[in-house]
Design a protein. Sequence first.
Lengths: 156, 156
Amino acid sequence: MYLCIVKLEQAIQSSKFKNEVHKATLNILYTAWWLKTIMSNELKEFGLTHEQYNVLRILKGKHPEQVCVKDISCRMIEKSSNVPRIIDRLVIKKLVKRADSPFDKRETVISLTQSGITILEVTTEKINELMETSVIMKSQDAAQINMLLEKLRGTE
Amino acid sequence: MYLCIVKLEQAIQSSKFKNEVHKATLNILYTAWWLKTIMSNELKEFGLTHEQYNVLRILKGKHPEQVCVKDISCRMIEKSSNVPRIIDRLVIKKLVKRADSPFDKRETVISLTQSGITILEVTTEKINELMETSVIMKSQDAAQINMLLEKLRGTE
DNA sequence: AATAAATAGGTGTATATACATTTAATAGTA
DNA sequence: TACTATTAAATGTATATACACCTATTTATT
């Protein structure tokens, strides 16, 4: 696959954009795919998918607290992720464990196992290194991107 | 679903970012999901998925030429899309047709049907309207985003 | 020409997305 | 209290992603 391609025009073999805004939407979609792909390549050797990693990260943020499925869902980057099934796979790999909530019997609460913590430390280290080397972005540029993306999603 | 949420911190219920660059990567991933979601909502009433729409757009760009599966694949925003199966669904809906290539018997060439052209005109109109109203971006900001995203993917 | 290597497209499988439905439990209301 | 509405999680289905593998055909090499 062609992950070294820089220009959008080359990446999607097209230069017919309606305008700069149209090009920007395609560029955002392509860059997100590019980011997910390079991250997934790194996670692959640990048998983790990008989404499983996202769930583990969310659990880490609350550790050693248990987190219910709903709270994990609303912290996911992709809101329509089907969290119960992602957890199924993490349970099989013994990276997280399910338990009944003592407060609300409808809830299932999830927490990291020791293996989950360990794999997360190693993979996070790897992902951070990857970001250092593959994502060329000065802090100021990143802040600019953050501002522009939040502006474009705004509806006020 | 909470598509009106603007700030990333609210969207993913977290404000623990390693740095601005880390936040920017999450912001790009979230914005891509947000864009795909609002576009898919619009396409749904025509029974099209975002990826099917992408294939139709690529065919439109070459129409009335026929395009082989490989050429469609390398023009897709998400490179790992399984194009033969997306085409399967478009064929069932009679929006595209398959034919054997006269030059290379390994190739299948795809082209839009009249219904394909019609549905594409209507949906593109809808998507353009949506972009006008939902994506708040001045041409200059868009150009800035394009520059920054291409810079961050760069490896030279 | 015969064989090997490369290529195009299709197929199989595991995982994920998007969305609807189901079940159990809780909260709210007459 | 009884009934209704809401909520949490799980489950079912169609589509898509990611990746491996297969088959037919073409290209390259000997």
